[in-house]
Design a protein around this ligand. Sequence first.
Ligand code: SAH
Length: 357
Amino acid sequence: MVSENKSDKSFEAGQDIKSLTLDELKAGLTERGEKPFRAVQIYEWMHKKCARDFDGMTNLSKELRAKLKESYIYTSLEAVKVQESAIDGTKKFLFGLADGNTVESVWMKYRHGNSVCISSQVGCRMGCRFCASTLDGLQRSLMPSEMLDQIYSITLLTGERVSNVVVMGTGEPLDNYDNLIKFIRMLTDGNGLNISQRNVTVSTCGIAPMMRRLADEHLQITLALSLHAATDAKRRRLMPIADRYSIAELMDACDYYFEATGRRITFEYSLVGGVNDTEEDAAELVRLAKPRCCHINLIPVNPIKERDYVQSDAARIHAFKDRLEKNRVNVTVRRELGRDIDGACGQLRMRYRESTV
Ligand code: SAH
C-alpha cells in the first residue's frame, strides 16, 4: 500500500526545516553560503531545545534568522485544547496544524517515565469498526516535523522530559511509511531528543508487507500488531484490512520482524463484549501466541457513540486473561487512562469538530 501524502504540496521539498535530517540541513545551508556548524546549532535549537520559532534561536544573528525565515517553513503546533484527567493526570492535547487540520496526542505518566501517544495521520482510511479516528476517512498524512512537534510541544507544555513514545494515536503509521521512518530516526538521534529506540512503539492494523519492510530497517523499536481476533472470520468483522491480509500472513510477518530485530512483538487485543471475548476466543489466541516471543495487551474496548460495541464485563475480562496466563502467555490488561477525557483514538478530535461546526 503506497501512502498518499496530500501535505507534500504545502511543504515543497526541503522547505519544511523541522523535517530535514542534520545532513539535509547542512547541505541546504551550505548551498545558501552558511557554515556547516550553523546547521548543528539550528538543528539543536529545533530538536533538542524545542524552539518554537526562528526568533527563539538567540545565538543566531538577526540577519541569519531573517534569511532562514525567507527560505524555510517552521512547523510549530498550537495547542487548541488541553484536557486533564481528574482520575489519573493523563493529559490529552488537541493540536492545530498550519493548514487548519487538527490532531490529538496523549501524555501519560507512568512509574517508569512519561509516555506520549502521537498521531501519524489526520484521520485514517483503515476503517476499523470500533475506532473513532476512521469515521471521516483520511484527510492527509503528517510530515516528520508534525509528528516530532507533538512531542516537542508537550515537552514544553508539561515541563517534563518524554521518555517513551507510542505511535498509537490517529492514523495508520505504516500507511505513512517514509515520514514515519524519518521521524523515528530523528527522534532517536543524538543531536535531537535522543529517545532510546527501545522506548518507541509503532502500532499497526496489520499491513503485512510494510511490517516486513519495517523489519528490514533493523530498528530496535517495538512493533505492536492490532490483532483483536484470532480467526480470520472474526477479524474481518472488526477490521476491513483483514480482507487483504490473513492472520497466517501477519504471523509470518511478525516472525520475520522478530528474526530481524530480536524484538518481542506486542499483540493488541481490544475486548468487545459478545464479539471476541469468550473462552474459545482466548483458546484461539493462545494457539497464536504460545509459539511466539510475544506479549498480549488486552484493551477493554472504549465504546464510541457512533457504534454500538460494548465493553466485556469484568468477569469475562478476568476469565480471558486467566486462560492466557494458565497457558503461560505473557499478558497485561491495559489500564484505562484518561477515560474521562475522550481517551480513545480519535474521540477528542471528533468531539471538538462536533462542537465547532
Ligand atoms: N492504526 C494503528 C494505530 C492506531 S490505533 C493500529 O491500528 O494499530 C491504536 C490502538 O487502539 C489499536 O490497537 C486500535 O485498534 C485500538 N483502538 C482504536 N479504537 C479503540 C476503541 N474504541 N477501543 C479500544 N481500542 C481501540
